[in-house]
Write a protein that binds this ligand. Sequence first.
Ligand code: SGN
Ligand code: CA
Length: 568
Amino acid sequence: MKNRISLLLSTFLLLLTFSCKTDQTEKEEAKRPNIIFIMSDDHAYQAISAYDNRLIETPNIDRIAKMGMLFTNASVTNSICAPSRATILTGKHSHMNGKIDNHFPFDTTNITFPQILQTAGYQTAMFGKLHFGNSPKGFDQFKILPDQGSYYNPDFITKNDGNIKVDGYVTDIVTDMTLDWLQNERKADAPFMLMYLHKAPHREWLPAERHLEEYIRKTFPEPATLFDDYSGRGTAAKEAEMNLLKHMNWSGDSKLYPEVLDEMGIPDESGWDKAAFEREVGRLNPAQRANWDKAYLKMNEDFKIAYPKMTEKEKMQWRYQRYMQDYLGTIASVDENVGRLLDYLEANGLMENTIIVYTSDQGFYLGEHGWFDKRFIYNESFKTPLLVSWKGKVQPGSKSDELVQNLDFAQTFLEAAGVAAPADMQGESLIPILTGNTEKWTRDAVYYHYYEYPAVHMVKRHYAIVTKEYKLVHYYFDVDEWELIDRVKDPNEMKNVYDDPAYAEIKKDLHARLEKLREKYGDSSELSQSYIDRYLEDISKRRAFGANQQKVKEILEKKGLQPAYKFE
Ligand code: SGN
Ligand code: CA
């Protein structure tokens, strides 16, 4: 009897411990936050009203800043699409993860934070643009756009259903997929990490049908540096091919019909202008196309009358307005759709324990320095928007001007999930900043390195150190030029003061700090040279799309290589 009682007692105790343990695990589980990473492609901070409301109101994106923190000094390590995404996923600089440019595919032997989170029990999903040339690892579900993706009736590569084409507008569709996953595939018993990645507002800036008429009628204020003549800086700024007047496609970008170009005698300078127009607009079905024409026909007719009388200055102004109308038109639907997601989270009790990040793969020039595109270390493309909310942890309406980077996301998310980060990750967790423990944050400079040259837009290779006060930049490869920018005295970054004796001491100090940073992150001239050799070898076989082919030819011939592009 005694034995039976003690057996019962011990079974009872065992059950009790077991159930306590389950309770404990559930509590632990409940504490691990969900992570929603929202990223748009080429979304300039100048086009988010939480930063600046001169161009557009983005009330929904701003909600994230109201609930949480707005970063005013967030930047990227390499201002271009796929390399930025690789840095985000690996927590490593481009020279370490190998994804230095858009040209070569991502090396999938890299370990990414989603793989680590998935192993740690997170549910993982990705929807939208990845741009890696291969599918992501570490995701339970994904539906991604092939390469750059399309705005209208886009194709998707899916994890379970092969390749599909979906009718409608890309920003709406990516959101539908995301909401569908949250509603129907997400399981309640584990935390999740969701990557919701928009194609918009990437070139060629095609708004949803519902925004065409509204945006085509708007007029926007011009940036102070729209007519920059690049005289204050070196060869790189002068030779870049991203000027609104000289390098933007009239048809593909400004949406003049190819036949209007012919009629007005405007040449297809890039050689792929008309093809770019057809590539996107050609995807519309007849009903969609009729709607599209309703908005763009009148603009084309007005242009035909105005163009012959336009001065060069007026042409630039016209191109700027046309650019902004379409670029900002695509952002209108990004904002609406971010609103749909936030509403869903609110309605389903998912705000409570969820980190929400809104960012872009880099910034973008909205006419500053007369430019579109990115790549350069000048503010508008070096900086990137960053808004983070986490209810109960991040002070609502707070701001940080710390030098944070896309390099830091992986370690931030891993720390939030309570998982140790691999020792070779190179960022720092943002959690001290997010939770107001800034005394633990000591970074006083960041490192930058851009590689893709000679390539579309012809922005020269450069690396740099950036502090809150200065940028020291080295342009290399087919030039050897240094640039020093005083960020405080010259916020528009118009003047290189490298040779100004007043900056001699500062220059010396920055050179020493730059060398230390390169050592710390493991970058070197030898590594840069190996990336150059690999690239040149490849573009002697495979054309560097959109690059100035004459210049490519010169560069390759110096190396004894023949360009892949055939000259007539
Ligand atoms: C395309 C664009 C370029 C852009 C690159 C890279 N031209 O080639 O303007 O710089 O993508 O963009 S387009 O007319 O074909 O759109 S990135 O975001 O993928 O890095
Ligand atoms: Ca981009």
